[in-house]
Design a protein around this ligand. Structure first.
Ligand SMILES: *Cc1c(COP(=O)(O)O)cnc(C)c1O
Length: 369
């Protein structure tokens, strides 16, 4: 018996290359785009291990949990790491980056997360990119949570290594990911004796055996299910229009924020400034004395599949995440999330206004569209 997921012909090198080109168009980049067969952590780690070594001085910006991970990889590679951590309720500024350069002129690598799905903030990459370019450092960007939700423009912003995954705002598969690599980044890797070679983490393998050979022969059997899903998801974005997809995410963020404030009871946007809040997901701070994990558990206890979660680790007590991305960037879902949170908060004795929240969601959705 044939099965839609099974008995697939191997994906050809030409088809693989065509999907890479499509992803490159989505990023508006002329750089090489490497598609890697693994969740985004694979290119995120591979790009650091390929470019950083004992001679590297890295400015590692921490605006959420992933920055911590990047710092650990950088240190593991032997790089000197300068951590620049900002509170999770805000974004880093280009001035803070410039100050770090002034204090440590030896910085030759900058790692940054664009949008943070886990903490709900987003960083001004265009301005930061200008500062990084002026200083001449290599610029590494995790755009997994921003691609599809807000503009990601590696060429215009001077990003040397831009990593994306399809599983968030693109509404695609989690098992393949991509990284755009600038000429400068390729040169840095080629000169790095510790860069992974003949390894699943190796970007250089793709350079030498795939790109330099005119993309004729794949390095290993392609993950055809994931590649077909990636192709379908980019096709869907092209069909809807990238601007329309981003606009849906922006509307979801604006209306969640407005709806939460209108719901009242002390529920507040976790990120203070609306301009620093990520379109991919909205984080909310629970009223004092009300445990966020318990509120989320109650809101989901009706067996609902709402995209709600408590913050990770130490944030679990005070942070609620509304993950309005991909297929969940919808007005009715935002409304359902806030109504469910309102019902849960009411059970904890908090006075809320679900009708006000509904009205604010409608108004917020219409704004800016
Ligand atoms: C989701 C996400 C990733 C991918 O990692 P997972 O935890 O496996 O989903 C990487 N970086 C950022 C900023 C993300 O939001």
């Amino acid at each position: 018996m044939t099965h839609p997921f099974l008995d697939l012909a191997p994906l050809s090198a030409a088809r693989f290359a065509a999907i890479e080109d499509r992803v490159a168009r989505l990023l508006g980049t002329e750089q090489d785009v490497v598609i890697m067969q693994g969740e985004a952590l694979l290119p995120l780690e591979g790009a650091i291990r390929g470019t950083a070594g004992p001679g590297t001085t890295a400015l590692n910006v921490i605006t959420g949990p992933y920055g911590q991970t990047f710092g650990n990889w950088l240190r593991d590679c032997g790089a000197s790491v300068i951590d620049l951590a900002v509170p999770f309720h805000t974004a880093v500024t280009a001035d803070q980056i410039r100050e770090a350069f002034a204090e440590h002129p030896e910085i030759d690598f900058v790692s940054l997360v664009h949008a943070e799905a886990a903490t709900g903030n987003t960083n001004p990459v265009a301005e930061i990119g200008e500062a990084v370019r002026a200083h001449g450092a290599l610029f590494y960007l995790d755009a997994v949570a921003s691609i599809g939700a807000e503009p990601v423009l590696p060429d215009a912003w001077g990003v040397d290594l831009c990593v994306i995954g399809a599983q968030k705002a693109m509404g695609g598969p989690a098992g393949v990911s991509a990284v755009s690599v600038s000429e400068r980044a390729w040169a840095r890797m080629a000169a790095n004796p510790a860069a992974p070679r003949r390894s699943y983490l190796s970007l250089l393998d793709w350079k030498e055996r795939w790109f330099d050979g005119g993309r004729k022969t794949l390095l290993h059997a392609p993950a055809q299910l994931e590649m077909l899903a990636l192709e379908a998801c980019v096709e869907r974005i092209e069909g809807d229009g990238l601007d329309a997809v981003m606009s849906r995410h922006r509307a979801a963020a604006l209306s969640t924020r407005a709806g939460a404030v209108a719901l009242g009871g002390g529920l507040e946007p976790y990120v203070y400034e609306a301009g620093e809040a990520a379109p991919v997901a909205t984080t909310l701070r629970t009223p004092p004395g009300v445990n966020a994990s318990s509120v989320v558990a109650k809101a989901l206890s009706e067996g609902s599949a709402l995209p709600l979660a408590a913050g990770g680790g130490s944030l679990a007590e005070e942070m609620i995440r509304v993950n309005h991305y991909g297929p969940d960037a919808r007005q009715d879902l935002v409304e359902s999330c806030l109504v469910a949170l309102g019902t849960a908060l009411a059970e904890f004795g908090v006075a809320v206004d679900p009708e006000g929240a509904r009205r604010a969601v409608s108004a917020g959705w219409a704004q800016d569209r």
